[in-house]
Design a protein around this ligand. Structure first.
Ligand SMILES: [Fe+2]
Ligand SMILES: [Fe+2]
Length: 186
């Protein structure tokens, strides 16, 4: 693996300034949540740094990576290319940042949709992406407050808010997001 300093440098050089700022916000939130929930702050920092590693790639390039790696997309994933940077994040993180830790790779793979039975690290990256300090949307304060009280409560609330937002915008809802929420409630 590259050092945290080298990973940071790669991202600074390869993400738009606003995306890099967002990434640093995710790092700050994820480290605080890792400490609070008793997991490695270093792993949280690396996963947070790497989560949007593929965000600057063109749609064409992302499609190429998906095809080269024989990744089978679901119907929703085919139509929703906002999910693609998340799907290929582990591939880019391995290739460009030399990250091999499967827990970290899992967390960055599922940062956009969530999935059922998430690890603590995967939950932390999912919710930190939503509530980092630069995020500013109606209701974000409530999600922040719940998350710092209790990680699971924050994640359930975040998943529900995300589903409501997609419904309101008449957008496709990835099945993994539904499964993620159901898993907590079943
Ligand atoms: Fe992302
Ligand atoms: Fe992000």
């Amino acid at each position: 693996m590259l050092s945290i300093k080298e990973i940071n440098k790669y991202l600074k050089n390869n993400l738009k300034p606003s995306r890099y700022e967002h990434t640093l916000g995710v790092v700050e939130t994820a480290k605080a949540l890792a400490k609070l929930n008793g997991i490695s702050e270093e792993k949280a920092e690396i996963a947070a740094l790497a989560h949007d590693v593929a965000k600057n790639l063109s749609k064409y390039k992302m499609e190429e990576i998906i095809n080269e790696n024989n990744i089978l997309l679901s119907e929703v994933e085919k139509k929703n290319f906002n999910l693609w940077h998340s799907i290929i994040a582990p591939i880019e993180a391995k290739e460009k940042l030399k990250i091999e830790d499967n827990e970290i790779l899992d967390a960055i793979r599922w940062h956009t949709t969530g999935k059922e039975n998430m690890s603590i690290l995967t939950k932390i990256i999912y919710i930190s992406d939503m509530i980092e300090p630069n995020r500013n949307f109606p209701g974000v304060e409530k999600i922040r407050q719940l998350t710092f009280e209790n990680l699971d409560k924050g994640v359930i609330y975040g998943l529900s808010e995300s589903i409501k937002d997609l419904l309101n915008k008449n957008m496709l809802i990835d099945l993994n997001t539904i499964k993620a929420r159901n898993y907590f409630i079943l």
